[in-house]
Write a protein that binds this ligand. Sequence first.
Ligand code: ADE
Length: 419
Amino acid sequence: MAENYKVADIGLAEAGQLKIEWAEARMPVLMALRKKYSESQPLKGQRIAGCLHVTKETAVLVRTLKAAGAEVTWSGCNPLSTQDEIAAALAAEGIPIFAWHGQNRDEFYWSIDRTLDNKPTLTLDDGADLITSVHVRHPELIRYVTGGTEETTTGVHRLRAMAAAGALKYPVLAVNDAETKWDFDNVYGTGQSSIDGILRATSVLLAAKNFVVAGYGHCGRGVAMRAKGMGAHVAATEVKPTAALKATLEGIQVKTMVEAASWGDIFITATGMKDVITGAHFDLMRDGAIVCNTGHYDCEINIGDLEERAVSKRTIRDNCEEYVLKDGRRIYLLAQGRLVNLACAEGHPSEVMDMSFANQFLGMMRLAAEGSDMSPKVYDISEAQDQELAAIKLETMGLAVDTLTAEQVAYANDYLEGT
Ligand code: ADE
């Protein structure tokens, strides 16, 4: 039988399996869901196409979806984020997976298309490239799909815009907007993994560096918090006054990017917006400035502007490009402006992806059960799901919460109670 996968090297499967085992030991919520549903197989008959970073944590999700009865096909959602040993391990387990590190644009979309060959009933996205592919390039497949989920802030923004324009043709659950996702994964996951990526790519000391975070949303805030904890002087740039206010009250300096450009030693973008660092900023940067991005797409740093100003370019370390500018200043760009946490490190730690992917799994379950009765809109994850997941997570950590007494519940609902 012809092999139904394309990965860099199937010989890496054993190394990948060990890493997945490592992740499984740190994802107790997802593992409990696997155990709970592997007998009843509620996803039997579902064909799930996934387009999400191929990491050890994602592999735990894929195995869990399969254990619950689904047929799963997979591609990565970023050309530089696939961990080849994980892709090999999943291929060796019989998952039709089309993913390898260092894909070009054509290979990236070819891989997505291969996952669609199976005519999915559900789509699972990180960044909305899969949904967009179905809607724009393969509209003939829409009739098979009962719903989809979306993992990330950028993807949810795009899908809300699509829904507002009347272009979204099936219901989507905004996994990103679950409290047990954004309040943990985006903050602590992005915070730790982005710093991890910067350190693996550069090995520099963070203490006493001037560290600029563009965007003080959940992700930027997480990165700023961790950089500050390691002794960096941290500044944030923002376009939203309330976010800037939050930053300054949390002890983070607020600067415009023009002000920050000549001040910073290290720059990281976390905005979801294009052209956050452009030629005007490169013109002001210090010799030796390090620049990287942790947003979903590689448009936050205008690399064309950097290339225009450079007289030479070389790879000085893995994932670290040195650009020498006309006046002799050197600028170091990490991971070609792509997600520094996934391209230079391993992405968010398993413990935090546990909750994000438990939300993905429950999202798939809900769509399998109810998707055909739902309108083509973007839906939030329910408060009940959030609280249930948080309670299971706490339990796995050996922690408990108190319960309101009947008197306290009555007090909470008594609008006549005064001093
Ligand atoms: N996004 C950020 N970190 C990730 C991880 N470890 N696995 C999958 N997607 C991610």
